[in-house]
Design a protein around this ligand. Structure first.
Ligand code: ASP
Length: 457
């Protein structure tokens, strides 16, 4: 039995749904189908989830909302009527959109209820369509499926008791269509995962039903070795390990939600990334272990929006508890750190710029000065992180040399290197403005020039 998850672009309009129907029909082992809300039909379009967020905001602020409401209904109507599905579906969606505003919980709870309507409608449409083309299919609400989540609106986590209940879905007849992105707390409150969370639902269902494979259908032929917006037509990755995928998706590989791997990893279920628009393409397989082939480096990921805080103090290495006290300040101020490379008398803390306001910066700097008495402390914004990822990389000779030569060739200054703390990656911090030059040069060095890296030395 397989779990197939279809992303927003696969659900965007009637034409895409017809392709999805064919894919499901072509393989009877595709029993569990998880869907996203209709996404963008073309690059300048808006996802239904974003339209729903606008509507939710208007509800929360008690503003007029006719325009947002009608934009959503227009999109859903277009799909339902092109596929010749019953109009009752539209009445149901309209009622759900209307009822959401009477949610008596917090603003976040109202927002989650509104957001969930995208996936919920999508699943109901697909289930009706599959029946119309002769496939016995049933819509299954996440509550009935057994998705019990923590009470963290907009950022919920799966609770372990879910998996036993999900296993029972195997007994149900026909194809089951489950909306992604949301579930319920044990008190019955609707909550969503973080954005892009339908991938997480798919992975949870795959782990719960002990699927042989979790297929994740999107709009690219495979995962690429590097961002195709930076390097045109880069080499494809046909197989990679969970660990490699985790590191790549952390630093900007957006094909797959970075939290979505965990349930599949725990249940050792292989994940296949496939293209709805080209289902014959091989795709990319993510597995627990792979045989080592001739390439040590699997991919190069990069992401911007990081800050680096640098602290130096003579004899820091002798001061017991310095690192803990420094990180404690971050914890107290609610800033999560990403990396903390350290030297003898200095330490850097790398974190995401997102919620690091100017006020936060002032408080943290003040506290470090007063509580840790450093010689110097400074903050650099606009940092980009580059990850060179590959199993076996740390045991190989010449990998770092290639990277540093590539940076030199591109005239990019390395602000920070972190190698060794992860078994499968090497991390570099550079100025964000240099990112494209650096990535192109690294790609050339690892994937175009013949590799002379020696393994297992
Ligand atoms: N529709 C949700 C979003 O856009 C979840 C998903 O598509 O996975 O974030």
């Amino acid at each position: 039995m397989k779990v197939a998850k279809f992303g927003g672009s696969s659900m965007a309009n009637a034409d895409q749904l017809i392709k999805v129907g064919e894919i499901i029909k072509s393989d009877p082992s595709r029993k569990f189908i998880v869907v996203s809300a209709p996404g963008k039909r073309e690059s300048i379009d808006t996802k239904i989830t974003d339209l729903l967020i606008d509507l939710g905001q208007a509800y929360i602020k008690k503003q007029s909302h006719e325009e947002q409401f009608s934009k959503i209904m227009t999109r859903l109507t277009e799909i339902v009527s092109t596929l010749n599905l019953p109009n009752e579906l539209l009445d149901e969606f309209e009622a759900a959109l209307n009822n959401a505003k009477f949610n008596t919980g917090s603003a976040e709870s109202l927002m989650d209820t509104v957001k969930s309507i995208g996936e919920d409608s999508s699943a109901k449409i697909l289930s009706a369509y599959l029946n119309a083309i002769g496939i016995q299919a049933t819509y299954v609400n996440p509550n009935e499926a057994g998705l019990i989540l923590s009470d963290e609106p907009g950022n919920a986590q799966i609770l372990p008791e879910s998996f036993e209940k999900i296993y029972q879905l195997r007994e149900k007849k026909g194809v089951l269509v489950i909306p992604g992105f949301f579930g319920y707390t044990s008190e019955g409150k609707l909550v969503t995962f973080s954005r892009g969370g339908s991938d997480i639902t798919g992975s949870i269902i795959a782990a719960g039903v002990k699927a042989e494979l979790y297929e994740n259908f999107t709009d690219v032929d495979s995962v690429y070795t590097v961002n195709p917006n930076i390097v045109p037509n880069p080499k494809k990755i046909t197989k990679l390990t969970y660990k490699e995928m985790r590191e790549l998706s952390y630093a900007g590989f957006s094909v797959f939600h970075d939290e979505a791997l965990i349930p599949a990893v725990n249940a050792k279920i292989p994940v296949s990334i496939k293209n709805t628009n080209n289902p014959g393409a091989k795709g990319t397989l993510i597995v627990a272990e792979k045989e080592m082939n001739d390439r040590i480096v699997t991919g190069i990921a990069s992401d911007t929006g990081f800050c680096s805080l640098y602290v130096s103090k003579y004899l820091m290495n002798r001061e017991i508890g310095f690192g803990r006290k420094l990180l404690n300040i971050f914890e107290d101020e609610g800033v999560s750190f990403e990396h903390a490379p350290s030297g003898i008398d200095n330490m850097s803390v790398i974190f995401r710029e997102g919620n690091f306001t100017v006020d936060k910066e002032k408080i943290i700097l003040e506290r470090i000065k007063n509580e840790l008495h450093p010689d110097t402390v400074s903050i650099t914004r606009g940092i980009a992180i580059i990850m060179v990822v590959g199993e076996g990389l740390v045991n190989s000779v010449g990998v770092a040399n290639r990277a540093t030569s590539a940076f030199t060739k591109a005239k990019v200054n390395i602000e920070m290197i972190n190698q060794g703390s992860s078994e499968v990656s090497m991390m570099f911090g550079i100025q964000a403005r240099d990112i494209e030059r650096a990535i192109r040069s690294l790609y050339e060095s690892y994937f175009v020039v013949k590799e002379d890296i020696v393994q297992n030395v």
